[in-house]
Each structure stands twice: as C-alpha cells, then as structure tokens.
Ligand binder design. Structure first.
Ligand SMILES: CC(=O)CC(=O)O
Length: 662
C-alpha cells in the first residue's frame, strides 16, 4: 500500500457524504467503496438519480431515469437515460457565477510569458459568454449546429465552448498543432458553421503561426461561414493577411476583441435541450483510418463528469484544478467541466518542459493547485530528467495527482511518492475519448496500491473477459463494461445506420461494451493495465501486454523511449523491440543483454525480444499515445492509415527496411 487516506480525509469527502445520504435514503449501510460500487451497478437508476440531486444539476429531471424497450436485444447499448429530462450544459458550468462573482473561474498561463498570466473571474466568464452567445446567434448558429475551435488552450476556448453550448449547439475542437489535413479530416466530417482560431500557439520557446494553415483549412471547409480570430502570438494588424482570403471565400471575419466591443453582456437565455442532445464531437486518434467522430450527449457528459469530479476526485468549490492538456484531447473537456463543481480551472498553453521541467510545478505552487493532472509519459520524462518537485516546490494544497494517457508503471508510483509528495491520492485513471470519461478511476476513501488504478468507476459494471467472453478475476483479459451508462456516446457523426458505432464497441461480445484495453482486476478491487489489447504481443500464443515490456526497458538510463510489436515470423509471432537511445549511448551487445536480462528476470523468457533495434524517434499521436499498430504495419510492409494523426510522422520512416526483420 502506498497511501491511505486519513479518517478526517474520508469523513470530509463528498463521496463519504454521498454514502451517508444513500444509507439514509435506502436504509443500507455501506462500509467501503467496493460495496458502494456493487450497489451502484445493481441499482444504477437510483444511483444516477441521486447523482443528479447530490451534484445539484440545474434542469428538469423527470422520471423515468432510464428506459429500454423490452424488445431490445442490446439493452446495455440501447438504454435511454433520463428520456424526458431537459437541461443546458453551459448553464450548469456557470451556475456558481454570481455566488463567487469576483473569484477566479479561470487562470491562464502561457509558456515563457509570465506577463500573459490572466485571471478570469466568474462574473467576467459569464459576461463574455453572454457576448459570444449574442455573436453566435447573430451569425445564425442554432441548436444542433456545429461550432469548431482550432485553438490554443486558453480562456477564449472555454468561453467559445460555453457560448456554443449555451445555444444548444455542438462544440468540437482540435489543438493548433494539428496540421491542415488532420483538421480537414475532422472538421470536414462535422462541418462547422463557425470556426474559432488563435493566430498561433507557443511551444518549446517558439511561437508558431496558425494563419497560413487556417487559410488553407478554410479553403477546404466550405461549411464555415464565420471565422473568429483570437490574437495571441501576434498583433491584430498582422491578421490583414487573412482578409483577401476570407473575402474570396465569402467568409465573415471577426476579431474576438471586436465581438466584445460590439455586444453588451446580458442575462443568458440557456437553451434547454434533451439529455441525449449532442454536446461535443470528439475524434478518435485516426491511426487506423479516418478519425471517428464520436458524439457525446449533454446530460451524460455532465452527469458523468460531476460524478467523476465530486465523488471520485473530491472536487469542491474553492478547489483549483489543473490538467496538462490541449483542446484536442478529451481531458480538456473533462477539465473544463470542473466549473460545474465550483472549481477554479488552471489552463496552460505550451510545453511542459519549457524553459525546464519546473514549469508545471511552478504553476502548481503559485496557484495552489489542489488536483494536478498529467500523463504517465510526462511523469516518466520528469523522472528521467531528475526532477524532484518534493525538494524544489511547496505544494501543501495538492491533494490529488491524476495520470492517464498510457499505463502508469508500478515504479512510477514509487517516483510520485518519493519525488513529488508523500501525502497524495495518486489516481491512475483510464477510459478515454470513446466515453469522454473513465472506466477506472480514483476515489478519496480507498488506499492506493502500487501499480493499480484504485477502482472501477461507480455504476459501471466493468469486468475482465477472456477471449471466450467469460469473466475472469485476477487474470489478464479484455476490459468490458456489461451495463449501460449515461455517458455512452450518442453515436458517431455521419453514421446513419449506426453500423460504425456498433462495430467499434459492441460486436466483440454480445450486449457488452468492448473497450480494447488489456487489464486485470485485483483482490483489492483495483485494476492493472497492460496496454491496448490490439497491440498485445502473441509469441507462441501467449498474450503479453506491451506495458510489461516498457516497464522494464524505459527506466534504463540509456533509453529515452521504446515501442514493441509482434512480427509475424515463421508461422508464429516474434517480439521486436525498438529503442530510442539517450545521447552518446549505443545499442551494443552489453545494452541488448541488459535489456533482455531485465525482461527475462522480471517478466518471463516468453517476453524477451527476439530482435532489438535502435531508432531516432518513437512515433506518437498528438495526445502522446504510442502508435504500436502503425509501427507494426510498417514492419509488415502494410500502409499506415492517417499519418496526420501523429505528432512526429517522420519517425515512421526509420521502421522501414531493417535487414534484421526480413
Ligand atoms: C481518461 C483517459 O483514458 C484519457 C486517455 O488516455 O485518452
């Protein structure tokens, strides 16, 4: 065990208060989290009904909580949640505005530019949302229209999203480091009427202009009628270069500042929509084809985020929450929902290592961050570079550290408690874009065990299935969810018969959501992740999660990063490991033997790579995920679909033509 919440922490937690309320209402005693989880799965209507009340959702709830036709052969998929409810997402995020009007709703930090730090009060957030809502209405945006952001992670992105959803329109965003094709592949499918863009973004000490990309994107997105430019890295005058283009395309060009000048803040009329009304469109990474446009509903997203924030993460008014993300990752949507719990959101645009690895910890210290969210990859890089925030920063308010994006190895749990903070709830969380939330998540009342996500998310019947579709306990298998939950996607955009949605999650096991993670449920109620199940290595028919290999290889000083695949070889599969070496290191026999020995000792002889090769860079998606399937395709001489989804597509070249693989 690595952390145990104090009795005081437990009793002060919202989850504990929820359990007390539930015990009184249902006359049932809940002794621990696992008991509550069990109850919530078996009584999911009562659970979600109480979450609505407990989290003070503004809206008209109505009964029933859920409905499914008796004829349905897939109730887990086809259940409708709160079928008669109506609500508005932005209204719920702004509901605290006049309670703490002068307090901070948003705080913005921009890479390397302390003078750009901005505090946006709740009142200013409400007023600017009102101004933008008026602009969007005048621009013809109505309920169900799509509004897009090609935008840096800054307050204007939040305000544009709130104004869009206040009208019952649908928000979709990518970050400005996406290339032209990647943006067109996404927005070309969802056809936004209005595009918000920043003129650029900052990364690694350099401002990058977006305007040339924007010009080309607009030429390929005929749906866009209005372009709103947010000057960020340059002065307004430089925007003149866009003018001829928008005139030739007959697009209306507006500057953010002018919109604020032209509209007086007014009380916002929040459009009430149904629970399943589309709220967000998120995109799958698109490494296996055109990105899937995953539509998330208003009520499901809100209710689930309230559950994840208040019950699992203990987020309360006065909390200050930070997630290192861009507007192109679902953790941005997750973060911004924190407003609905009265928390202050800390936004950061830039590199987490510029000017050095202290940058995010400086922000955490300066802003008294209570929940700090990041990725396992960031923590790995921080450790490798020798940072120990525990020695350099004072973080008395920091209560929770969330990590996601890839598997958080057990040794990284040691690092967090040794080098960041001892008294901390380390929540390794996992779910993703598909559900805009989590299947595995933390909670403030359970201990944290080394290498384990604390538990299954409340009211989600998460199980581990073997290949025959039978539940397994304490054995590796597929993460599935056997019941319906409100934040299942409403469907995919442009999927009229629903077949793409059905194929993506529902065809592997009957009436069960198949998520594609390779995991194990533990005796403590926790979950251990071993990697994506489609990347599982299969030498001699034994299924090996790729995270088992990374756990042994990546901590070595000589290694910066690695990717492992299974290569079809003589009617079997052999394990091929690619490593990116640290400066001045060589992949000599000694290093190969060290790698093999570590893997043999800590895993098994089956895990030992048959081939180890050096490469200069490891390909990842823009949200930092390894693309094992793309590497596998290259090695097998197959095409890689959608290289535009990658942050460093040029890295793929080095996986071609190795004579050791022929
Ligand atoms: C919660 C998550 O699972 C986020 C991600 O890794 O995409």
């Amino acid at each position: 065990m690595m952390w145990l919440p104090s009795r005081e922490c437990i009793h002060n937690s919202l989850l504990y208060q929820f359990m007390v309320q539930l015990s009184e209402q249902k006359n049932t005693l809940f002794h621990d989290y696992n008991q509550l989880h069990h109850w919530s799965v078996n009584n999911s209507d009562a659970f979600w009904d109480l979450v609505w009340d407990f989290c003070d959702v503004i809206g008209d709830k109505r009964q029933p909580v859920s409905f499914c036709s008796e004829q349905s052969s897939q109730p887990a998929k086809e259940t409708l949640w709160f079928p008669h409810a109506s609500l508005n997402f932005a209204e719920n995020l702004l509901k605290n505005w006049n309670r703490h009007a002068a307090g901070d709703a948003l705080i913005f930090h921009s890479e390397g530019q302390p003078e750009r730090r901005q505090h946006i009060s709740w009142q200013r957030l409400y007023r600017q949302t009102s101004q933008l809502t008026q602009f969007l209405s005048e621009s013809g945006v109505k309920q169900g229209d799509v509004v897009a952001g090609y935008i840096a992670n800054m307050p204007q992105a939040v305000i544009a999203m709130l104004a869009t959803t206040a009208l019952g329109a649908i928000w979709t965003s990518t970050s400005p480091d996406f290339g032209i094709d990647s943006v067109v592949e996404r927005f070309g499918q969802t056809k936004p009427k209005v595009l918000f863009c920043t003129d650029g973004y900052c990364y690694n000490g350099k401002p990058h202009s977006s305007l040339t990309n924007v010009a080309e994107i607009l030429a390929k997105l005929p749906s866009v009628e209005h372009l709103v430019v947010i000057p960020y890295t340059r002065s307004d005058d430089n925007l003149a270069e866009l003018a001829p283009l928008v005139t030739s395309l007959r697009i209306n060009l507006a500057l953010w500042r002018d919109i604020l000048i032209r509209h007086e803040p007014q009380p916002i009329e929040f459009k009430q929509v149904t629970f399943s009304h589309p709220l967000y469109i998120l995109y799958s990474s698109g490494t296996t084809g055109k990105p899937k446009c995953i539509v998330h509903g208003t009520g499901g997203t809100l209710l689930n985020h309230l559950k994840e924030h208040q019950l699992h993460s203990n987020i309360q008014p006065g909390d200050r929450i930070f997630y290192f993300t861009t507007c192109g990752w679902m953790m941005w949507n997750w973060l911004i929902s924190g407003l609905a719990s009265g928390a202050t959101i800390i936004l950061y645009d830039g590199s987490p290592f510029f000017p050095d690895g202290n940058v995010l910890w400086n922000i955490a210290e300066q802003e008294n961050v209570t929940l700090f969210g990041t990725s396992a990859k960031y923590l790995e890089a921080l450790e490798k570079q020798g940072y120990q925030p525990i020695k350099s920063h004072t973080l008395p308010q920091l209560r929770t550290l969330c990590s996601t994006g890839s598997v958080l190895a057990p040794e990284q749990f040691d690092y967090v408690y040794r080098a960041i903070k001892k008294d901390l709830q380390l929540a390794s969380i996992s779910g993703g874009t598909d559900i805009c939330g989590c299947f595995a998540i933390g909670n403030p009342i359970n201990p944290v065990y080394r290498g384990e996500c604390q538990g299954r998310a409340l009211a989600l019947d998460v199980q581990v299935f073997n290949e025959q579709g039978e539940p397994e306990f304490n054995k590796q298998g597929e993460l599935v969810c056997c019941n319906s939950f409100p934040n299942q996607p409403v469907g995919f955009w442009n999927d009229p018969d629903g077949s793409r949605y059905q194929n993506a999650y529902w065809n592997t096991f009957p009436n069960v959501w198949h998520h594609g993670d390779f995991v194990k449920l533990t005796q403590t109620g926790g979950i251990i992740f071993f990697g994506r199940s489609d990347a599982v290595l299969n030498p001699g028919g034994v299924r090996i999660g790729t995270a088992e290999i990374y756990r042994q290889v990546n901590p070595l000083e000589a290694i910066v990063d690695s990717v492992v695949i299974g290569q079809q070889w003589k009617n079997d599969v052999r394990v091929v490991l690619f490593v990116q070496l640290a400066d001045n290191c060589e992949l000599d026999d000694e290093l190969k033997n060290t790698i093999r020995e570590r893997i043999r000792t800590h895993c098994s002889p089956r895990h030992v790579p048959d081939v180890i090769l050096a490469v200069n860079d490891i390909p990842r998606t823009k949200s930092g995920k390894l693309v094992e399937l793309a590497v596998r395709n290259i090695v097998h001489g197959q095409p890689v679909k959608n290289v535009g989804a990658l942050a460093n597509p040029q890295a793929l070249e080095q996986f071609k033509g190795h004579k050791e693989l022929e």
